[in-house]
Design a protein around this ligand. Sequence first.
Ligand code: C5P
Length: 215
Amino acid sequence: MITAGPTREYIDPVRFISNPSTGKMGYALASSVCARGHQAILVSGPTCLEAPRRAKTIPVISADDMHRAVFENLQGVDAVIMAAAVSDFKPASHARLKIKKDRASLHLALKRNPDILHVLGKMKHSYYLVGFAAETDHVMLHAQQKLLKKNLDMIVANRVDREDTGFGSDFNEAVLLFKEGKNKRIAKTSKTRLADVVVREILSHIDRGQPSHFC
Ligand code: C5P
């Protein structure tokens, strides 16, 4: 199972909180999984991308929707890759009608969204669990902390404060950190190639000779 893209947290019917994720990394992962003859379930936030034809794609909007879709489809899955940029917060209330601008200011109260990956880590049984860490500073330190805190098997850490990699770009530069303590540095490359490296690593760890569910 692969999650991809941003989530949208609606304030009123026409406004939402989100982030610049385009879903390219998650879609590249799903394509790589399908190209190897495995089954991919792609849980995707709103993107402009065409889903890989052979993946089972489940479109979602908010973090709550994504949370639901992940847990409803988890059975039989060998690996979960959380490549989605899930919004950490959502508006505390959702206005049913469009909020008018006839006031000098507007205070928006926010509340936490579920941390899907954290929950997956806490209840982990047979699946291999991979997270992404989009960082602007102290990449290795923050990624290492997330690997431990979220009980992951692997984390893909990358910087998102550079123009030519990360959000929206076709390229990425990353370090793969494994729970065994090993690191693998991937120099700037296409998201397609990075996806292949990540998928190969996962397959070598779960050691499945046969095509399987990759969720
Ligand atoms: O936001 P954060 O840096 O903690 O994201 C690290 C990982 O956690 C990513 O793989 C992301 O998909 C996942 N995440 C999640 N639910 C959230 C926030 C992040 O599953 N609410």
